[in-house]
Ligand binder design. Structure first.
Ligand SMILES: O=P(O)(O)OC[C@H]1O[C@H](O[C@H]2O[C@H](CO)[C@@H](O)[C@H](O)[C@H]2O)[C@H](O)[C@@H](O)[C@@H]1O
Length: 265
C-alpha cells in the first residue's frame, strides 16, 4: 500500500467533494459476484445493485470492466439504468444500447470457434471450455490437478495461432492479439477525471490499478483508489498493489452501502 493513501473515509469524502469529476470502476467475478464452479451460474451479490445505481447517480460515472462478454453483464445488470459496461477486457462496450466491438478483434471469431472445438476434443474430461466469441477460457477449478496440462495446452495453442494468454483464477484464457486490456480501458477513461476508484481481485485488474497510478504520476491532484478483494488464489499479489483490501464481494456491497451517506447533500 502506498505511504500516502488516504483512509477509506477520507477517500469517500474527497470523492463526494469532486463528484462531478469522479468515477467508480468494478471488475465483476470475485468483486461484485462470488466465485462459483459454474461460470454461467454466477450472479451479482443482490445488495450491490442498489448501491451501484445510487452511486451512478452521485458521481460522474460508474462502470463494470470485465472479462465477461457484455451480453452476459447486460443480463445480470438489466435493472441498472446508469452503469456502463465494458466486456472482454474492453474489446466490447455497451454504447447507447448496442454492443460495440473493437474492429480489429472481429476477424478472430472463427479462430476462437475452432479453438473452442479443439479444446473440447483434446483437453482432459472435466475441463470447462468457455467460448466467449472473441476469447476462449479454459477452466480447471473443478479439476485442479489438470491445471498444468491445461495451461501448457493453452500456451501451445496461443503460439500456434498467434493469440495472447491471460492467466486468472483457476483459468487460462486465450485472446486475439489486439492491443486492449483493462489498463488501457481505465487509462483512457480517467484522462479527464479528478478521481477514480477501481475494485479488482485478479491478475488482469493490476493493469487497471497501474493505470490509476500512472494518472496520479502525471497529475498529483488526481486521486486514484485501488481496492483489492481478497481471495485464496491470487494471494497477496493483488492486495499488495492496492490501497486497501476487502474480504469478499459481500464486503464490497457493505463498503459501498457505507459510502452512500458521504454523497447525501
Ligand atoms: O474480469 P472478470 O469479470 O473478473 O472475469 C474473469 C473471469 O471470470 C470468470 O471466471 C472466474 O469466475 C468463475 C465463476 O465464479 C470461476 O468458476 C472461475 O474459476 C474464475 O476464473 C469467467 O468465467 C472468465 O471468463 C473470466 O475471464
Amino acid at each position: 500500500m502506498p505511504q500516502s493513501s488516504p483512509t477509506a473515509a477520507e477517500a469517500w469524502q474527497l470523492t463526494a467533494e469532486r463528484a462531478s469529476e469522479a468515477a467508480l470502476f468494478f471488475d465483476f467475478d470475485g468483486v461484485l459476484a462470488p466465485v462459483e464452479d459454474d461460470p454461467d451460474a454466477v450472479q451479482p451479490v443482490p445488495a450491490v445493485m442498489a448501491s451501484l445505481e445510487a452511486l451512478a447517480g452521485a458521481v460522474s460515472r460508474v462502470a463494470i470492466v470485465s472479462a465477461r462478454p457484455v451480453s452476459f453483464l447486460r443480463d445480470r445488470f438489466a435493472a441498472l439504468q446508469h452503469v456502463d459496461l465494458y466486456g472482454l477486457y474492453g474489446l466490447e462496450v455497451l454504447h447507447e444500447g448496442e454492443i460495440v466491438t473493437v474492429p480489429a478483434a472481429e476477424p478472430w471469431v472463427p479462430v476462437m470457434e475452432e479453438l473452442a472445438g479443439r479444446a473440447r476434443a483434446e483437453l482432459p474430461a472435466g475441463t470447462l471450455v468457455e467460448f466467449k466469441r472473441l476469447s476462449v477460457a479454459l477452466h480447471y477449478r473443478t479439476n485442479p490437478d489438470q491445471g498444468p496440462t491445461i495451461e501448457r495446452w493453452g500456451r501451445e495453442q496461443a503460439e500456434r495461432l498467434g493469440l495472447k494468454v491471460q492467466g486468472g483464477r483457476m483459468v487460462v484464457e486465450l485472446k486475439p492479439p489486439v492491443d486492449q486490456d483493462k489498463g488501457m480501458v481505465i487509462g483512457e477513461a480517467v484522462k479527464e477525471l479528478g478521481c477514480a476508484w477501481y475494485f479488482g481481485d485478479d491478475m488482469s485488474d493490476i493493469k487497471a490499478f497501474d493505470a490509476l497510478r500512472a494518472r496520479e504520476a502525471v497529475d498529483p491532484k488526481f486521486m486514484g483508489m485501488c481496492v483489492a478483494v481478497a481471495n485464496p488464489e491470487t494471494g497477496a499479489e493483488v492486495s499488495n498493489a492496492a490501497d486497501l483490501t476487502l474480504d469478499s464481494p459481500h464486503a464490497v456491497a457493505d463498503f459501498l452501502a457505507g459510502a452512500l451517506p458521504a454523497f447525501a447533500r
